[in-house]
Design a protein around this ligand. Sequence first.
Ligand SMILES: Nc1ncnc2c1ncn2[C@@H]1O[C@H](COP(=O)(O)OP(=O)(O)O)[C@@H](O)[C@H]1O
Ligand SMILES: [Mg+2]
Length: 257
Amino acid sequence: MTPAVEVRGLHKQFGDLQVLKGIDLDVMPGEAVVLLGSSGSGKSTLLRCINFMEEPTEGRIRVGGELIGTERSGRMTYREADLCKLRTRVGMVFQHFNLFPHMNTLENVMEGQVMVLGRSKADAKENAMLQLARVGLEDKAPEYPARLSGGQKQRVAIARALAMDPEVMLFDEVTSALDPELVGEVLKAMRQLAEEGMTMVCVTHEIGFAYHVANKVCFLHDGQILEEGAPQMVLKSPETARVRDFLEGHSLFRLPD
Ligand SMILES: Nc1ncnc2c1ncn2[C@@H]1O[C@H](COP(=O)(O)OP(=O)(O)O)[C@@H](O)[C@H]1O
Ligand SMILES: [Mg+2]
């Protein structure tokens, strides 16, 4: 089976700072991969490279088996037009939802479909309502973001990304900025997506989510994948002191026996 995302030898450097130092990662279709790691380990940079908000310094990324970029004498070059197309195939949701404040929920979920994919307003609206239903918010279609809770806004952001029919969804700490009582509804929406078979890569500190939802957990340290495997293995029997320390430092480290 062809991986939905295949990362090989990925390096990313900002000036003199080496952030990613040779990442290899396969995400199979329908798989939910959770990336764990301390702050500054390179998790966001890895996600941003997968949807080419950042261009890799070195390495190859394939999405749906297709090499992104053009290889010329051993080096990759990237054309903006190709990257724009790629970004519609790889959806991303961030910690800070950036909904358009002057548009209601429905319009927020329609916008990209009309402007980027060129869908008719009628088609975009029909699909937007389906995606809002998927995250349990169809009744909020006419509301403006200012009148939504943080958890609802984040679910609209997820619906907006889903509306582009992505092959893969990337989630970067989407619950980290939420009040604790709002975290559950967003994790539930993500869990449902995973159960529907959406291919996803999630950066999260929610160890319980990783344990119950992920097919694979990868622990990033200093720009490399230090441990990788089934959640029952990495989270319950970590091989390195680094991962053990990280897990012990997490107040949410309460796993079933
Ligand atoms: N655009 C950038 N320019 C310079 N340094 C960056 C940039 N983005 C990230 N970094 C640096 O890369 C390192 C990893 O950052 P990041 O990928 O955000 O880590 P994480 O998401 O695991 O906390 C940090 O030292 C950060 O300061
Ligand atoms: Mg980050």
